[in-house]
Design a binder for this molecule. Sequence first.
Ligand SMILES: C[S@@+](CC[C@H](N)C(=O)[O-])C[C@H]1O[C@@H](n2cnc3c(N)ncnc32)[C@H](O)[C@@H]1O
Length: 273
Amino acid sequence: MASPRVDAELLAAHVLGVSRGRLALLDDLGRADRDQLDALVARRAAGIPLQHLTGVAWFRHLELAVGPGVFVPRPETELLVDAGRALLGRPDPLVVDLCAGSGALGLAVANELPGARVVAVEQDPAALGYLRRNARARHAAGDPAVRVVDADATDDALLPELSGTVDLVLTNPPYVPAGTPLPADVAGADPDRALYGGADGLAVVRPLIRQAARLLRPGGALVVEHDDTHGAAVPALLVAAGYAEVADHRDLAGRDRYSTARYAPPGWKTAPS
Ligand SMILES: C[S@@+](CC[C@H](N)C(=O)[O-])C[C@H]1O[C@@H](n2cnc3c(N)ncnc32)[C@H](O)[C@@H]1O
């Protein structure tokens, strides 16, 4: 939804190096700041994402570096962190973020669960640059180190040493069906490889569901974001791949948005509550 006033205020705060809340306390802008703000407002009006102009995106409690070439984390993805945390039964879980982009999911888990060991997998060079930068910055700020892995998240040979040991897999993969019309600011801003998941949108989701089943320990949990047209298809894929406790969830706009499940190989039983 367009929010020109908020965007202009955030750009002014960026130019002045203050929080948006402090703008009302400041005097008029100087000439140089005004020129810089005018230029930024013109670029925003031309459709450049706010986060590309400021260079940062907020995700849960984190300020992440973003820019052209990396997917800008979305508010609805924040819900996956709560869903994943709710499925964990220990304070020191092993967590894998597949298709990590700027690192939003994995770095948020490391920030909120200081006992977690987190591995973030991404294959795009531009996204990896932001991911490494954000991981370094969060570690310098006191969060646990996140291991960044440059790899195809769908590769059968991914992280063989972790097979059957992971407590939680989080993933927000590319899932938009090819040809789906997107708002101009989305289509022009986020890289296609971050958005599109083949003809039916499930070309990356399908192998990731298998990949997670290999990585997870019995009873380990998967949280996967999906297209709002996949509220039935993704749960069906999860059931077919041997997961239990499969559930689908809506985002704050009421759209089918992510699925949760536990890997349940033959013989694994849900712990009695
Ligand atoms: C929708 S973006 C999500 C990024 C991040 N998880 C977030 O929520 O902000 C999907 C990401 O998956 C990456 N990606 C796509 N296919 C991949 C693959 N086969 N292996 C690893 N990363 C992949 C893209 O480069 C992109 O960064």
